[in-house]
Design a protein around this ligand. Structure first.
Ligand code: ATP
Ligand code: MG
Length: 431
């Protein structure tokens, strides 16, 4: 971390020795002041892109039109961008044109929030024309300039405001919040990929509960480009109007007096973004198939979407069982989905304060949960029963799996084969 910061400063020195001005800027300066881990290290300079390309041996022309060159040093890469200003925004998305400028302060003025609009010089001094350090000390998200204007230029900034507030535990200043409310319709102009990248970062980050609270309270999410499933939209709107009325209130022992964020407070207790997504959507009453639809709109990949939807599906299927049949429900669903999906759902319920001793025991007692684990294979069944292979094999294997999983017969070849024989006899008699 410190090493990359120092390497970044080496690049700054190199530029200065060649007659240019240069600074570390943006997120890395903010994170350094906050004592947080640094992600990318960005450098702003008066040097033009061609000059940067000429000064360093290993470079990539990442975004020459926008003034950005990637410089590689000792395995890390640094984005070096010429001081620039942005032209008019006509589509709430990206500037119509950029023009290079001479002064770092003009470059800082185009940035979104005051704590993102600071530059760190080789003299160790911070250029901070908008009071970014004060905002960090006060713990507030403050725009450079008029929030309403800045969100109108680039609607994604509304999501960034929420992400930073949630991640750092900062307050959103009232004028910033008003700017979000009055510009929320413009989120429809932002590509779904960019919306979901921000939202997903929030789910993975340090304050998912705060992020969701702001996202729902602002009404931003129902203003995205594609229409999201009605079950999701409805729950999001109810939260905006009344606070939480979500299902998982029934599960947990958490006092929900604190704030209207109610049981969103469970989210940070879950270790990964996918479990948090699943907990959120289950809480909102979004089922497995609507979860898949939602993620398709959000362009979230197949594997992740399938896992999250399977958890929601598992949860939903359990509503068909009562106390006396619940064990059967768990066994059936574990077979249908997988043991790891069952464990995911248990993690969520535990995080929500529910006692899941019985369910854990049912899972531990299950000696098999998939056909592959059975001590008999399809061709063995066919040979043993003297029947040519056909679709009946998978039907029978499924039946054997249920018997073995529920503990009615042991998972050994002898028991499985004799069970197969009598099941086969029944199946033929039924016909
Ligand atoms: P992180 O990397 O933790 O997501 P960051 O602030 O570094 O946060 P980046 O997307 O890496 O975010 O952008 C680097 C810098 O570019 C920001 O600190 C900010 O100064 C500026 N910036 C990024 N996106 C915007 C935007 N949409 N509008 C204005 N300035 C922006
Ligand atoms: Mg960054």
């Amino acid at each position: 971390n410190d090493k990359r910061w120092t390497e970044g400063l080496d690049i700054v020195h190199r530029l200065e020795h060649n007659g240019h001005r240069a600074y570390l800027v943006g997120g890395c300066v903010r994170d350094k002041l906050l004592g947080r881990p640094l992600h990318d290290i960005d450098i702003a300079t008066s040097a033009k892109p061609e000059e940067v390309l000429g000064l360093f041996s290993r470079t990539l022309p990442t975004g020459l039109k926008h003034g950005t060159v990637t410089v590689m040093e000792e395995g890390s890469s640094f984005e070096v961008t010429t001081f620039r200003q942005e032209g008019d925004y006509t589509d709430a998305r990206r500037p119509d044109e950029v023009s290079f400028v001479l002064d770092v302060k003009e470059d800082l003025a185009r940035r979104d929030f005051t704590f993102n609009a600071m530059a760190f010089g080789s003299d160790g001094k911070i250029v901070d024309p908008f009071g970014g350090q004060d905002a960090l000390r006060a713990g507030v998200v403050q725009c450079v300039g008029q929030p309403s204007e800045r969100f109108g230029e680039d609607a994604l900034r509304m999501l960034r405001a929420i992400r930073f507030a949630a991640e750092f535990g900062f307050d959103i200043l009232p004028d910033v919040w008003e700017g979000i409310i009055s510009n929320r319709g413009k989120l429809a102009q932002v590509a779904m990929e960019r919306v979901s990248a921000e939202w997903d970062k929030m789910m993975a980050g340090g304050g998912p509960e705060q992020a969701c609270h702001y996202l729902f309270k602002s009404g931003l999410l129902v203003n995205v480009k594609e229409s999201l499933p009605e079950s999701f939209r409805g729950a999001a709107e109810r939260y905006r109007l009344n606070g939480s009325d979500w299902h998982w209130e029934e599960w947990g022992a958490l006092d929900s007096d604190e704030s209207s964020s109610g049981n969103l407070l469970y989210l940070p207790l879950l270790p990964d973004a996918d479990l948090r997504w699943a907990a959120l959507l289950i809480g909102m009453g979004v089922n497995g198939s609507d979860t898949l639809k939602l993620f398709r709109s959000l362009r979230i990949s197949g594997k992740r979407a399938e896992r999250i939807a399977a958890i929601a599906d598992f949860h939903e299927s359990l509503s068909a069982y009562d106390e006396s049949t619940m064990r059967h429900g768990w066994i059936k669903n574990t077979i249908a989905h997988s043991r790891s999906i069952a464990e995911d759902l248990l993690s969520i319920r535990e995080a929500c304060g529910e006692t899941v001793f019985a369910e854990r025991e049912w899972l531990t007692e299950m000696s098999v949960s998939s056909v592959a684990e059975l001590d008999v294979k399809g061709d063995e069944l066919s040979r043993y029963l003297g029947v040519a292979p056909g679709p009946w094999i998978s039907v029978l294997l499924q039946r054997l799996l249920e018997e073995a999983a529920s503990g009615r017969i042991p998972n050994d070849k002898g028991s499985l084969l004799s069970e197969a024989k009598s099941a086969m006899r029944n199946m033929t008699e039924e016909r």
